[in-house]
Write a protein that binds this ligand. Structure first.
Ligand code: ATP
Length: 507
């Protein structure tokens, strides 16, 4: 992606009337605007009033509707000074703190009027730029507004910030490997936050060391949380915690080798891994695989909640998605886990009410097709029946796997994993084959539930250990997934076969 200032210049030159920068980093947006504005004057409105950056002229206390009204009609007073002050030609009007007022009818009307005058060429070389932490665009302004996302610092830029900080503080130069690791860990954070963390680390024990990585990680988690649409998931599950699904696990291990040696792999001609779609029955390990993949790749896991993407304003959903993508790319290498893909993209092409979803889908498709960064996508879906065919086309994801109900060998492994986690010493005494025989049609999640129930029963009955009998009794009290979802399981199995998805298990 081109730097923000370059993208702004392009849009400004092409006469796009309003640019909307969704960010809470106002300083960074300010710098980009200055660059893009060139020798045109930047005029800023914020809650305190108007500030003319070149002339340093100030009008305190003017409200947004008043300010816009003046720019819309600079000749209203007949005063030459007033007309000159509010002439928007060859100027960039920056609106800060405007988010809460954008809904007001007079603000909408004035912005629309000014936009039309810019588009028609009456206000030459004029632009309006809105800087706001969230995207909320009234429908009436949709045609005039272009949303831009800020760019994040590259690893190289972060390195320079760290090196400069160490020099300024008179610290010894950091070891090259640690510097690389530190720069990677900082990815996604803005400069002021990087400096804050470095200062905090230094104040804590007088040096910057490995222990400070935890601090960075915590800060990053907050950054992701603040975005409101993603969360950073703690990595507790490992690939060894998955029973069965050997095909999928082997595939992930292969990708891990590529991702961990990306420079060598690329030099060898290996394509950059894009991601995987894991579809299948609930409770059969899809989420588990997303988590285990991140642990295996040794990168952070970002979970994107498709439901939360949908905003109430026009363009908000796409802007949210673009923001999430930009953040994931900034934090990359990472795994971007898109959960319940079908919830966002089901029913596309239905027309009418699906307009937003269709545009959201377009944004996602374009990103996946052109993706270059190291944000590896793990998309999971329960039901692919209503997913648009473009999503399932070969090439968008590196592979599509389907996870079905575990076979007998897999059930045995899942039992031993979950018993082993909780009652390792009892495992040798359990008749696993008896459990396997009684659990045809049970999902991994059902099996975990059985193990938990059995252990609780043994404890509450004051027994010293877990026995096969407790487990068999818990099985009898648990309705299997295939009993609960019989019809839809059969239907789905057919769809997966028809579409030739790879089976995650060795059959
Ligand atoms: P959903 O669509 O309902 O989210 P899912 O396929 O993502 O389902 P998971 O969340 O991965 O299911 O599984 C639920 C729990 O069941 C897991 O936390 C894990 O403990 C257990 N489980 C499922 N499959 C397996 C498996 N193959 N091996 C070990 N545990 C499993």
């Amino acid at each position: 992606m081109k730097p923000l200032s370059e993208r702004m210049t392009l849009y400004m030159d092409a006469g796009f009337p309003i640019l909307y920068i969704a960010t809470f980093e106002e300083d960074k947006a300010d710098r980009a605007i200055e660059e893009a504005a060139g020798n045109r004057e930047v005029v800023e409105w914020n809650v305190r009033g108007l500030l003319f950056k070149q002339s340093k002229d100030k009008v305190d206390g003017v409200t947004l509707p008043e300010a816009l009204g003046n720019f819309a009609n600079p000749n209203q007073t007949g005063s030459e000074k007033f007309a000159k002050r509010y002439d928007l030609r060859r100027r960039v009007l920056v609106l800060k703190d405007a988010q809460q007022f954008l809904d007001a009818p007079d603000v909408v009307a004035q912005l629309k009027y000014l936009s039309e005058r810019i588009v028609s060429g009456q206000l030459t070389d004029a632009n309006i730029v809105i800087i706001a932490p969230r995207t909320c665009i009234p429908k009436e302004l949709e045609h005039y507004i272009t949303i831009l996302t800020v760019d994040y610092l590259s690893t190289e830029e972060i390195r320079k910030i760290i090196v400069r900080f160490c020099e300024e503080q008179g610290l010894d130069a950091l070891h090259e490997d640690f510097l690389r690791e530190l720069a990677l860990a900082f990815k996604g954070l803005p400069e002021f936050e990087i400096i804050n963390i470095l200062s905090l680390a230094l104040a804590d024990n007088g040096e910057i060391g490995r222990a400070d990585l935890a601090l960075i990680h915590e800060q990053k988690k907050q950054l992701v949380q603040k975005s409101g649409i993603m969360e950073m998931v703690p990595l507790k599950e490992r690939i060894e915690d998955i029973g069965g699904l050997e095909n999928l696990k082997a595939w992930l291990k292969q990708k891990a080798k590529v991702l961990k040696n990306i420079d060598k792999a690329e030099a060898f001609g290996v394509d950059l891994p894009k991601g995987v779609l894991i579809a299948g029955l609930p409770g059969c390990g899809k989420s588990l695989n997303a988590k285990a993949a991140a642990a295996l790749f040794e990168v952070p896991l970002l979970r994107l909640d498709m439901g939360r993407l949908m905003g109430k304003y026009v363009g908000e959903s796409e802007a949210n998605l673009r923001q999430a993508i930009a953040l994931a790319e900034a934090i990359s290498p990472c795994v971007l886990w898109i959960d319940e893909l079908e919830k966002a993209f089901a029913g596309i092409g239905g027309g009418g009410g699906h307009e937003v979803t269709t545009r959201l889908f377009g944004t996602f498709l374009t990103w996946m097709q052109e993706k270059e960064g190291l944000a590896f996508v793990v998309a999971t879906a329960n039901n692919i029946e209503h997913l648009p065919p473009e999503l399932l086309r070969k090439g968008l994801f590196d592979e599509i796997f389907y996870v079905g109900l575990p076979n007998p060998q897999e059930r045995e492994k899942i039992f031993s994993i979950h018993i082993g986690k909780r009652r390792k010493k009892d495992l040798a005494g359990i008749d696993l084959s008896a459990l396997v025989k009684e659990t045809n049609g049970y999902s991994g999640s059902d099996i975990e539930g059985v193990v938990k129930d059995a252990i609780e029963a043994a404890f509450t009955q004051d027994k010293p250990k877990l026995t096969t009998e407790f487990l068999l009794s818990a099985i009898r009290n648990t309705a299997s997934l295939s009993e609960i979802m019989k019809e839809s399981i059969e239907k789905m199995a057919k769809v997966y076969q028809e579409r030739h998805f790879k089976n995650a298990s060795i059959s």
